[in-house]
Design a protein around this ligand. Structure first.
Ligand SMILES: Nc1ncnc2c1ncn2[C@@H]1O[C@H](COP(=O)(O)OP(=O)(O)OP(=O)(O)O)[C@@H](O)[C@H]1O
Ligand SMILES: [Mg+2]
Length: 207
């Protein structure tokens, strides 16, 4: 069976949205992907990917299951570094700087370029502590309770959990857990949030 491949033409179409190509290309480039290839233990998952992502545009990658969408999105914050056997080749520029250069700290990259995973992955901690985790580690300024509430409101979860913030996050429904993970990503105010099918566990209204 032929391996499904990301179709660059369709990526470009999806990233174009309602704006004309000229409109988009006038915007600042946030990411530039050049000749990207990813393999797992020598087996090619992605190859020959070229793509620019411009500021303030919605860019979506679509394609059949297994075509490499999650693999691709993990290249934008070096999350594939943590996948055993994964090898990333080619160039990913972030505001013109090579994300894979030796002098780049992947932990700092992941703070600035946050991620919501395809499967919800709350920490086995309280709802409050899940959101407060990042701001505490980073010793972020400001009132922590307000930050937690703000993030939960942005993720449309506040009303459902405001009376049970000390309860365990694993007791939430799948869709609530996914919104919790979105709130957790928002709480550290990243520059970019990469979302891997974040609404797959949500109904249309929650989405
Ligand atoms: N950790 C891994 N180890 C080995 N192979 C992997 C790993 N992750 C993904 N792959 C392989 O890479 C290819 C692309 O997988 P990926 O998860 O990126 O697809 P996807 O487009 O996100 O699919 P889906 O829509 O089902 O989420 C698949 O053939 C998959 O089996
Ligand atoms: Mg996927």
């Amino acid at each position: 069976m032929e391996t499904p491949q990301i179709d660059n033409t369709r990526i470009a179409e999806a990233s174009r949205g309602a704006l004309s190509r000229d409109d988009i290309e006038r915007r600042e480039k946030v990411f530039s992907v050049v000749d990207l290839a990813v393999s797992y233990s020598g087996k090619v998952a992605l190859q020959d990917v070229q793509l620019d992502v411009h500021r303030n545009t919605v860019t979506a990658f679509i394609g059949p299951s297994g075509c490499g969408k999650s693999t691709f999105i993990r290249c934008f914050n070096r999350m594939n570094d943590l996948v055993p056997g994964a090898k990333v080749e080619g160039t990913v520029l972030y505001h013109g700087a090579d994300l894979y250069s030796d002098d780049v700290d992947p932990v700092e990259i992941r703070r600035r370029i946050g991620m919501v995973f395809q499967k919800p992955n709350p920490f086995p901690k309280s709802i409050y502590d899940n959101i407060a985790f990042g701001p505490r580690v980073l010793a972020m300024k400001g009132d922590l309770d307000e930050r937690v509430e703000g993030a939960l409101r942005q993720a449309a979860l506040w009303d459902e959990v405001k009376g049970r913030l000390k309860d365990g996050a694993l007791g939430l429904s799948g869709g609530q857990q996914q919104r919790l993970c979105i709130a957790r990503a928002l709480a550290v105010e990243p520059d970019v949030i990469l979302m891997d099918e974040p609404a797959s566990a949500l109904d249309p209204i929650s989405t």
